[in-house]
Design a protein around this ligand. Structure first.
Ligand SMILES: *Cc1c(COP(=O)(O)O)cnc(C)c1O
Length: 495
């Protein structure tokens, strides 16, 4: 059975379900499948639905779950919650294909992983015969919070509490969270910023006050470094490939490239795992915004986080430390845990590290990297609409731009699939401004103006947002965090 090892100490090895429960290794490393004896031939996936492909692929990685357990998870995740039967539809545009990953319940690509993670987690607990309630505590600056609330809603043996900064999330994001449904969900505004929320959640895990309130309650998080979030993202790489085969664009065995809007490096690493499991990928194109630390790293081999932080139209990519990159360093250094740990130590202590030439060349064989500034991002949104009649969000625009630059420079003629990661309506103000040149400060008003201008359908969950009853209005002071969380744990406790 496949073992998942810590990137910082290979001796720490777990089966998939144990790694999903644990999340992060105690040494700070990330659980990663080292011996990749997983092989999936795309030819055997051609006649399968998305759900069946998901069962086959996720089942191959998480082979300590029974096929019936995996199937229950994939069927429960990828159902009518998605507003299209295709789950991740593929559209042709001039120059490439767009794979829309945002047809889930919150119109964000994080739904693909967060609709299934709660099911994998609660199945893992059943396998261990544990009857604790899993209390998920999540700090959010926007998108992850709502996707996690939606994913965990009414999943047995789980409860979720999301903390968001009272100032800092958009009006749409706030409404999305405040109107969440489900008996096991709670949403609390914090009179502070995102870092205050994050600190509160981290402190809770070891707070004596909180821990003494937990009886048959285990605190966990829905963090993006959980291997249970990563593996489900390999599925749509295979799915895009099989769609291109079925459409006659390629024959099985020919290569495809993917352009991926990248923040924490999770999405694109899932692409690398798909490649390692047998998917014929030419290049994975890492697309960044002005926070271009990854572009520099992939081109030069030096990762240097000591640089100004830019706030952009693509906030999910405003990141200077891309956690999942650690998994790539580990895999491509043939599982050199001591080397990976030393690079991460340098990053923490000095803010930068440089990898060996050999490792840099291995990365460059499979990865290309480009970045896009705000102006080019806005023009790309306009250009896609004018040339193709397709409305894209700023994150996706950064990836389309990267694809064009890559195609110009590399001469790679493999078909290229761009991963489209959010509905344009989630970023209505910026998309509207990019198209019309006019500024509208109110989120909901911008959404309607954008619709009037383009007639592109607004996803139901966003269109109906202002009609839904607000369930959560509570807000707390930062210093009341531990008291609040302890009371919550008391409420969830049972004998
Ligand atoms: C999270 C997110 C990304 C970045 O994905 P990573 O896995 O963090 O690289 C890109 N676009 C959108 C809209 C996102 O929400």
């Amino acid at each position: 059975m496949t073992k998942y090892v810590s990137t910082r100490n290979k001796k720490s090895a777990l089966y998939a379900h144990e790694a999903i429960i644990r999340g992060l290794s105690e040494d700070g490393g990330l659980y990663t499948p080292l011996a990749m004896d997983i092989h999936i031939d795309p030819a055997e996936l051609l006649d399968l639905t998305y759900q069946q492909q998901a069962s086959r692929i996720i089942g191959a990685f998480f082979d300590d779950y029974t096929p019936a357990e995996i199937e229950q998870c994939t069927k429960g995740a990828y159902d009518e919650k998605f507003d299209t039967e295709e789950i991740v539809p593929l559209r042709k545009f001039h120059g490439g294909w767009l794979m829309d990953l945002w047809h889930g319940p919150t119109s964000a690509f994080k739904d693909i992983a967060l609709t299934i993670l709660p099911r994998l987690l609660s199945t893992a607990y059943q396998k261990e015969n544990r009857d604790d309630t899993i209390a998920i505590l999540t700090a959010t600056s926007g998108d992850t919070g709502k996707a996690a609330l939606s994913g965990f809603a009414d999943v047995p043996n789980t409860a979720i509490t999301v903390f968001y900064p009272e100032i800092g999330v958009s009006e749409i994001q706030k409404l999305q969270m405040q109107t969440s449904t489900g008996k096991n969900v709670d949403v609390i505004a914090v009179r502070g910023n995102f870092d205050d929320c994050q600190r509160m959640v981290k402190e809770a895990v070891s707070s004596p006050l909180v821990l003494s309130a937990c009886r048959h309650v285990t605190i966990s998080s829905a963090n993006s470094i959980n291997i249970g979030r990563l593996i489900p993202q390999t599925v749509y790489y295979f799915h895009a490939y099989t769609e291109l085969v079925k459409q006659g664009v390629i024959q099985c065995g020919e290569t495809v490239s993917f352009a991926v809007p990248t923040g924490n490096f999770g999405d694109i690493l899932a692409g690398y795992l798909a490649y390692a499991a047998g998917l014929p990928i030419s290049r994975l194109i890492t697309a960044s915004n002005s926070n271009n630390v990854l572009t520099d790293f992939i081109r030069t081999g030096t990762y240097d986080a000591r640089r100004p932080f830019h706030t952009t139209m693509s906030p999910s990519m405003d990141i200077l430390i891309s956690s999942n990159l650690e998994r790539l360093l580990f895999l491509l250094s043939e599982g050199d845990d001591a080397y990976t740990a030393s690079l991460m130590k340098q990053l923490q202590e000095e803010g930068s590290y440089t990898i060996s030439d050999e490792l840099r060349q291995k990365i460059q064989q499979r990865f290309a990297a480009y970045w896009t500034d705000e102006e080019a991002c806005a023009s790309e949104i306009r250009r896609m609409y004018e040339e193709n009649g397709i409305l894209i969000d700023p994150h996706t625009a950064v990836a389309v731009h990267a694809m064009r630059e890559y195609q110009n420079e590399s001469g790679d003629e493999s078909p290229c699939v761009v991963l489209s990661t959010a509905s344009p309506y989630k970023f209505s103000r910026d998309v509207y401004r990019s198209l019309s040149g006019e500024t509208e400060h109110d989120d909901l008003a911008a959404m309607h103006k954008l619709h009037q201008l383009t007639q592109v359908k607004i996803p139901d969950n966003l269109a109906r947002l202002h009609e839904l009853p607000i369930r959560f209005r509570r807000s707390i002071e930062v210093q009341d965090g531990m008291k609040t969380i302890a009371a919550k744990m008391e409420e969830l406790s049972h004998d």
